[in-house]
Design a protein around this ligand. Structure first.
Ligand code: GLN
Length: 353
């Protein structure tokens, strides 16, 4: 009896999957996921979240990089890009903010393309640090010293893995890789770079400390300089969502169709983002949202819904861990309304009886 019920259920499930898979491409990433919500549902929920949190003024701009303190903290934009390149955006969508720490995800991806995942894991590791993103103590106390590729120390070490005959060649390779992930040419925001380069003694100290432990793989100061440039790349919220959608789409850019990241590397990148994407806010994020994501002190956060798409939010006011307050609230709201939490069986359509 029980067996029969299970068999019937499996048949029904198969029927549902096939029916949805051949349905018109009206949902978010419908092609890749049979349980994607419709475009209209996504738009309605994102609009709701935008209106709900629009006048929230909690948090404050990063000010340890002088340029960022001057950015208009009222700016607010949201974009969703699906794996089949449907785009929905609202609010400030033209302003190019600095990508900051979100860059670390893509330099990690590039390092894996160049060295393979195993060698990157050996040289950097992927352990949550539970400490501030720029922690010196973390470098001293963590057995790996580098921690993971998404805190400053591990990220600078990851940047040092990128090969090239000189700093310029390495930097151009990185910028070009980001542009391919975004599906359009990205550029450096020179004022951000200058402002950060004039105030990055802390990152230089981290790099020298890594040198002491033999956990940096090129000249420490050259690596910090390239890292500072990568953090100063400008993206608007749609470009950022598209970079996220490339990860959601198994490493293939949904606009250009180019395979930027090897599919077998994607789970390593997404698991690292889940563990450390919001630094010492990552545990709370996994608890409440349940999606791989990455924040930057420029005010951006991108969250990945594997197989379906990505949502990016820009709002400069940050919490104490350095994560945009409004971006976290918007993404949490949207994810819960649309059942995107990957740890919840609801994300694959199991709603209970
Ligand atoms: N460029 C910034 C830094 O090195 C990036 C930090 C961040 O976005 N959390 O401090």
């Amino acid at each position: 009896m029980l067996r029969k019920t299970i068999q019937t259920r499996m048949l029904v499930a198969l029927f549902v999957v096939t029916t949805f898979a051949s349905a018109p491409l009206s949902g978010l990433g419908q092609k890749a996921s049979p349980v994607a919500p419709t475009k209209a549902q996504v738009e309605a929920v994102v609009r709701e979240a935008y209106d709900k949190f629009r006048s929230d003024t909690s948090g404050k701009n990063a000010d340890y990089i002088p340029f960022l303190a001057q950015v208009d903290s009222k700016m607010f934009g949201v974009a969703v890009v699906s794996t089949d390149n449907q785009v929905f955006s609202i609010g400030e969508i033209n302003y190019a903010f600095s990508i900051q720490s979100i860059s670390k995800v893509y330099t990690l991806a590039l390092a894996m393309e160049e060295l393979g995942a195993d060698r990157v894991f050996e040289r950097i590791g992927s352990e949550p640090t539970g400490r501030a993103f720029n922690s010196v103590n973390g470098v001293v106390e963590m057995p790996t010293h580098t921690g993971n590729p998404l805190v400053n120390a591990g990220a600078i070490a990851t940047t040092s893995l990128i090969a090239g005959k000189d700093a310029n060649e390495k930097w151009n390779k990185i910028l070009n890789f980001y542009s391919r992930a975004a599906g359009e040419k990205l550029t450096l925001i020179d004022e951000v770079y200058k402002s950060e380069a004039a105030t990055n003694a802390g990152n230089k100290a981290l790099a020298m400390l890594l040198a002491k432990y033999e956990r940096i793989y090129a000249d420490p100061f050259e690596s910090v300089d390239i890292y500072t440039k990568q953090c100063s790349v400008g993206v608007n919220v749609i470009q950022l969502a598209r970079m996220g959608a490339t990860l959601a789409n198994n490493g293939k850019n949904p606009v250009s169709g180019e395979q930027i990241i090897k599919p077998e590397h994607v789970p390593y990148i997404l698991s690292t983002m889940t563990m450390a994407g919001l630094y010492d806010g990552s545990g709370g994020w996994a608890w409440k949202v349940g999606l791989p994501a990455k924040s930057g002190v420029g005010g951006g956060i991108v969250a990945i819904v594997p197989g379906k798409g990505a949502i990016a939010v820009f709002s400069p006011r940050l919490d104490d861990a350095g994560n945009s307050v409004k971006a976290q609230k918007v993404i949490e709201y949207v994810v819960n309304k649309l059942d995107f939490n990957v740890f919840s069986p609801r994300s694959v359509g199991l709603k209970g009886e």
